[in-house]
Design a protein. Sequence first.
Length: 198
Amino acid sequence: MTMDARTTYIRDTLLGSAALKQRVAEDGNLLAAIEAVAAVCIEALQRGNRIILAGNGGSAADAQHIAAEFVSRFMYDRPGLPAMALTTDTSMLTAIGNDYGFEKLFARQLEANARAGDVFIGISTSGNSPNVLLALSKCKEMGVISVGLAGQGGKIQEACDHVIAVPSSETPRIQETHITIGHAICGLIESAIFPRHG
């Protein structure tokens, strides 16, 4: 690849990411879905519940990233908010995977750690990750509010209480948009629960 071709590739990547985010920003239904998810998270946290996140691969990293924004800080210092990602404990992941199968990785942890009124955010760019779908099913059994953060397709669209479906089938672009949406949700929650004055 020549230097000009590399420069073009970089520019096209950045422009493609920006174009998808602009589509989301101009879609009233998607904006309403993001706002609704932030609202259910705010309500859950205010009544003493917590936010639980999970995904695979890059989506696992996104789950951990968003959980860290809640527990540590996002835009400014304030008390920590209760959140956890189900993708961080290698002993637990390998035990569940070995004993029960990879598809039960998140459902088993929800069974042990979640309670009614918590919010579970399952992240799947394809919308068909078996372990995320099984976790969403477990949410219904347990009275956990379920959120799907997805791309434009997959079974996840009908599997949860709330879905934010990014209008793309390109995994990297979906992931880039997911983390921006996650940041928007973090900002709304942080400012609602710990408003800054002055």
